[in-house]
Design a protein around this ligand. Structure first.
Ligand SMILES: Nc1ncnc2c1ncn2[C@@H]1O[C@H](COP(=O)(O)OP(=O)(O)OP(=O)(O)O)[C@@H](O)[C@H]1O
Ligand SMILES: [Zn+2]
Length: 519
């Protein structure tokens, strides 16, 4: 495929020159080049040489295709007639889910066998779990595996685009599905229409939901239609939607574990030229907590970065840059940060880093004061190993590390800034979970859900503030006891803008007495 612009231009020049030369040679009246036949052959050889040169140097076509953004809409995996060319091989990990979906696939592929036994196909399946974990991809793969049509719709579309005609749109969707059966109808963000109804409300959303329920009750008499809904918030859905015969199978799709991350990376580097410096196992370890979509994004970003740097293969530096870009956002070119602000940011990030290192909270990879996305600076961390459970102490340590940026500002400048806004949000969320979900506060071993929260609101506020304040004073203590290290790290950052783990270790080694205040 001739993707490269330069290549196309050289092809056009080559064709034009060839035609002109031929015309000039064989038409008695033409005198475009006015040179001997030998010179004409020479011109042709030069142009064809140029063309061949561009074919060879136009970069690796695979790298070039990789630079196309992974936009859901532009790359929807749908072939002709809405039949996806996606199979289970394109879905990495999720083995149990695939196994569970196999039953549905068997049914669609051989519905007669099940009908004979009097078995009814499960008509509604609900995928729930965090965003970007492959719910849409999996639904497409089910359609791909069964050569079914795939009809995509999303709950938010009904709210935004089909205002006033939501119920009608649902009717046409199901009519089309039955006509072209077998069909997989995929309703993304189903919570936008499927959240709990008001008792006697008759609003637009409820009419759309009612129509969906009517359709789901009425089909699969003589056509094979499976509806797959997806949501990040199962708890919001109306019970009527979850009743038997409707969305009665709920499948949780979570973020991938280490092995699954490796498999996802493998799927997404399949058609890319990868340098030997890239170790997929290491990359997978570094990306704990990332969703499949983020991993796909990293593979694509790495390819884009490699193309931009005129590399023939994607190497480990490209992957590391891509991870940073996905975690922290795009690097801001020519940032205008005041010198004073830079100093504050350097100390703030140094605060996070040194306290994080003392408490062994997460493995620090890099500290940076180059603005990225909305952050003026950041500490890039990767968890040591695959963890599913956190102890009480680890949770508190996380809050201390989050508050250490502000603590460093206070210790050095004796004032605090708005720079800790995001840290405070994360820390408060964690503290609230400690009290309300994990039962780790003095309120005892309880879980307080939204129905009961009003009875506890004062005590929750008290507990959360007390956790935040005690963690903040621990952060202040560590920072003050190790103020020299803090200053060294901040100065290094002011000079070099970024600091790797080795440089951080060097500073720690230089100072013999490392104080650890937290017990
Ligand atoms: N298990 C996986 N295997 C391979 N690729 C994956 C996987 N999970 C996610 N991806 C990649 O991430 C992209 C986005 O995933 P998808 O849209 O299916 O997620 P989703 O769960 O539907 O997200 P959302 O809840 O935001 O709609 C996929 O197109 C694919 O490139
Ligand atoms: Zn911070």
């Amino acid at each position: 495929m001739l993707k490269n612009k330069l290549l196309k231009v050289s092809l056009v020049i080559f064709i034009i020159v060839s035609i002109l030369l031929l015309y000039d040679t064989y038409s008695p009246t033409s005198n475009i080049f006015n040179v001997s036949i030998g010179d004409k052959i020479f011109i042709w050889i030069i142009t064809s040489g140029l063309f061949i040169y561009y074919i060879k140097t136009s970069g690796n076509p695979q790298l070039v295709t990789a630079s196309i953004a992974t936009d859901k809409k532009s790359d929807d995996g749908l072939g002709k007639n809405n039949k996806p060319n996606v199979s289970f091989n394109d879905v990495a990990g999720l083995d149990e889910v695939k196994e569970e979906m196999q039953e549905i696939i068997d049914f669609i592929n051989d519905s007669e066998k099940f009908h004979r036994m009097g078995a009814k196909i499960p008509s509604g399946i609900l995928f729930h779990g965090p965003p970007g974990t492959g719910k849409t991809l999996l639904a497409k793969a089910v359609a791909g595996e069964t050569n079914s049509n795939f009809l995509y719709s999303s709950g938010s579309e009904f709210v935004e685009k089909y205002v006033g005609v939501g119920a009608k749109r649902i009717r046409t969707l199901f009519e089309k599905a039955k006509k072209d059966s077998p069909t997989i109808i995929f309703v993304d963000e189903i919570d936008a229409i499927g959240c709990k109804r008001n008792i006697d409300s008759n609003n637009e959303k409820d009419q759309t939901l009612n129509q969906l329920l009517v359709e789901m009750d009425g089909f699969n008499k003589d056509s094979t239609v499976v509806v797959i809904g997806a949501t990040n918030r199962l708890d919001l859905l109306d019970e009527a939607l979850l009743r038997p015969g409707r969305f009665d199978r709920h499948i949780y799709i979570g973020n991938p574990n280490l092995k699954a991350r490796e498999d996802i990376f493998k799927v997404h580097i399949k058609n890319k030229p990868i340098d030997t410096s890239v170790n997929i196992g290491e990359l997978s370890k570094k990306t704990h907590g990332f969703s499949g979509a983020q991993l796909a994004n990293i593979a694509n970003e790495a390819a884009i970065i490699a193309v931009r740097n005129n590399k023939k293969k994607i190497d480990i530096d490209d992957f590391n840059n891509a991870i940073e870009r996905v975690v922290a956002g795009l690097e801001v070119k020519h940032p205008t940060v005041l010198t004073k602000e830079k100093e504050i940011v350097a100390h703030h990030e140094a605060g996070h880093a040194i306290v994080g290192k003392f408490l062994k909270s997460d493995m620090i990879q890099k500290i940076s004061i180059i603005p990225r996305g909305q952050a003026l600076g950041y500490v890039l961390k990767f968890p040591d190993d695959e963890r599913y459970l956190l102890t009480e102490k680890e949770l508190y340590n996380k809050i201390i590390v989050l508050l250490a940026g502000r603590a460093a500002e206070k210790a050095i400048f004796n004032e605090v800034t708005t720079g800790a806004q995001n840290d405070l949000k994360k820390a408060t969320d964690l503290a609230t979970n400690i009290v309300c979900s994990y039962g780790m506060s003095s309120l005892g071993n309880i879980s307080i859900n939204e129905n009961y929260i009003r009875y506890y609101i004062d005590s929750i506020n008290e507990e959360v503030s007390s956790i935040m304040e005690s963690c903040y004073s621990k952060a202040i203590n560590i920072v003050e006891d190790n103020i020299d290290i803090l200053k060294d790290v901040a100065n290094y950052l002011l000079e070099n803008e970024t600091m790797g783990i080795d440089e951080l270790d060097d500073i720690f080694k230089k100072i013999p007495q490392v104080t650890q205040t937290v017990n």
